[in-house]
Design a protein around this ligand. Structure first.
Ligand SMILES: N#Cc1c(N)n[nH]c1N1CCCC1
Length: 327
């Protein structure tokens, strides 16, 4: 019965969180992403002009999955593709002896430029893994039956190292009770329903909740347009900036706290988390941590929300469920 814990190291402005993973005999820093289901990494097969500065997986320790290939495009239009090997993966002491490793042979500039990240470790449901002709399992699905309990937990923090655990819930990481809600896996995400919102301007009226996904691979909190608009209506100097493609506010502002009702419990995102980051180095205008989810089709509870709670991704029962507790 395996259990393990690995650090989640924040990148600049908590844009993403990276964790050390041993693949074959390479240690790489991967972005654990509950919003996708591919484990891919830069490799010795990646063109040098794309992989400069990144840690590389050397497939010589693996076994090629003949005829298998992968190609993923994320919501932000970043993309990667390549071929597939089976190799040993260790995360915080939890070992998958034969995990599908998606070695990149091509990546878009967003990944090339993010030199701290050597790839992604998807933790959504394996139904949306992009390997063809036969999708493969995520790391969590591969090790699930060897874990003491088929769960993983997410403890992200603002500007500090947090952690992911596999196989157990760490009672020292939260206070009060855990509130569980059912998960709808139809779209391959950890999808749930939020009951309502409050806080900010005209109190971003409660009762108007909606469908949302818990997504560690997204930096911000994307909410219904009316909720985002209502929230910023109470923030002096905030406005929707078409050129920036979202709400901005003065970096000097301390926005109000934002409350989310889930499973009948209220979770609070401190206002300081919503003054996200300067538009560019030295700017006195900052990009908001809450943005509208227009065009996405559901809300995205990314890192701005997740770093305010302890989150339990539980697939140990008859159907998956999400748990949230105060940090
Ligand atoms: N867009 C987007 C996105 C998402 N919703 N979850 N993870 C994402 N990415 C991981 C690496 C790049 C984008």
């Amino acid at each position: 019965c395996q259990t393990g814990e690995v650090a989640a190291d924040p990148q600049l402005y908590d844009q993403s969180y990276l964790s050390p993973v041993t693949i074959g005999n390479s240690e790489l820093m991967l972005d654990f992403d509950t919003g996708s289901a591919d484990l891919w990494c830069f490799s010795t097969e990646s063109p040098a002009v794309q992989s400069a500065g990144h840690g590389l997986y050397n497939p010589s320790t693996g076994t090629e999955l003949d005829g298998a290939f992968w190609d993923i495009t994320y919501g932000d239009q970043s993309a990667a593709s390549g071929n597939v090997f089976a190799d040993k993966v260790v995360v915080g002491g939890v070992t998958a002896t034969k995990q599908a490793i998606e070695a990149a042979t091509s990546v878009s500039y967003e990944f090339t430029e993010d030199v701290a990240s050597d790839g992604l470790l998807g933790l959504a449901f394996s139904s949306i893994n992009t390997i063809l002709p036969q999708p493969q399992t995520t790391f969590f699905d591969t090790v699930r039956n060897t874990l003491a309990k088929a769960v993983f937990t997410v403890d992200l923090k603002k500007g500090a190292a947090g952690s992911y655990t596999f196989g157990y819930i760490d009672s020292s990481k939260y206070s009060g009770a855990i509130t569980y809600v059912p998960v709808n896996t139809a779209n391959g995400f950890w999808q749930f329903t939020a009951d309502g919102y409050s806080g900010g301007g005209n109190n971003a009226s409660t009762g108007r909740g909606g469908v949302a996904i818990a997504d560690t691979g997204t930096s911000l909190l994307y909410l219904p347009a009316s909720v985002a608009k209502g929230y910023y209506s109470g923030v002096q100097g905030a406005s929707f900036d078409f050129r920036q493609g979202g709400y901005t506010l003065p970096c000097s502002a301390t926005p109000p706290d934002f409350n989310v009702a889930i499973g009948g419990k209220t979770f609070t995102v401190p206002g300081s988390y919503i003054n996200y980051a300067p538009l560019r180095a030295g700017s006195s205008t900052c990009f908001g941590g809450i943005q509208a989810d227009s065009g996405i089709g559901f809300s995205i509870f990314g890192d701005v929300f997740l770093k305010a709670v302890y989150a339990i991704f539980d697939d140990s029962g008859s159907s998956p469920k999400l748990g949230f507790a105060a940090q």
